[in-house]
Design a binder for this molecule. Structure first.
Ligand code: CA
Length: 224
């Protein structure tokens, strides 16, 4: 996979780049926010490992600009353990996953590899539909009431699960397992953040399905 590491701590960046290279990935490095954003926007990278505290422009802003540009790169954010709000803020900004510093290099490699895989099994049909919402799975394109909506890869996966059986309730655990395949202990609250992001992007319009919270059970897609 093509990876980009945006991290200003030279020693750490060096370790990460070497570990990725040893694991068979191509790894480029940028040492500040603006340089990292510029490289990430080139569209060459499958995965971006993005530190939060960066000179020039912080990781949240890099993340937001990247998503605004419609970038489909998957982003793993590196957050400081002391900053518990960073995880939530990073996911809200559009990150696909996060890792708290300090971390074991094996854990970073496992996360990068998990992000590189398609987490959700390929559907029989390439096009999933519910009301005014259509997802072309192969083209990774979502259209709501005739308008294309830009979703991050993880948002796409969560929506794809709900859209695979509209009306069925999926528990947070099931969504987590289908996306992350039980490789790590994941915080199921992460799913809540993806649901929140999706609701914001999909809201509006007659016939547009809504993501309902089924108390104590999970989430389901319902066409209203
Ligand atoms: Ca830093």
């Amino acid at each position: 996979m093509n990876t980009l590491v945006i991290e200003d701590e030279e020693a750490l960046a060096g370790h990460v780049v070497r570990a990725l290279t040893r694991a068979g990935h191509d790894a480029a490095h940028a040492a500040d926010g603006p340089a990292g954003l510029k490289q990430a926007l080139s569209g060459r990278f499958d995965i971006v490992v993005l530190d939060v505290n960066l000179p020039g422009m912080d990781g949240f802003e890099v993340m937001q600009r990247l998503r605004k540009s419609g970038s489909g790169s998957r982003v793993l954010m590196l957050t400081a353990r002391a900053e518990i709000g960073d995880r939530v803020q990073g996911l809200k900004a559009g990150a696909d996953d996060y890792l708290t510093k300090p971390f074991a290099m094996e854990e970073l490699l496992a996360r990068v590899e998990a992000l590189g895989r398609r987490g959700v099994p390929v559907e029989k049909s390439d096009v999933l539909q519910a009301g005014e919402l259509t997802m072309d799975v192969r083209a990774r394109r979502v259209v709501v009431s005739g308008e294309t909506v830009a979703l991050s890869p993880r948002e796409m996966e969560v929506l794809k699960i709900l859209l695979s059986e509209p009306g069925r309730t999926f528990s947070r655990d099931e969504i987590c397992e289908r996306i992350w395949q039980r490789e790590h202990e994941y915080d199921t609250r992460t799913v809540e953040i993806f649901i929140m992001r999706l609701r914001k992007k999909l809201e509006g319009g007659a016939g547009v399905p809504v993501i309902e919270t089924v108390r104590g059970a999970g989430y389901r897609l319902r066409v209203v």
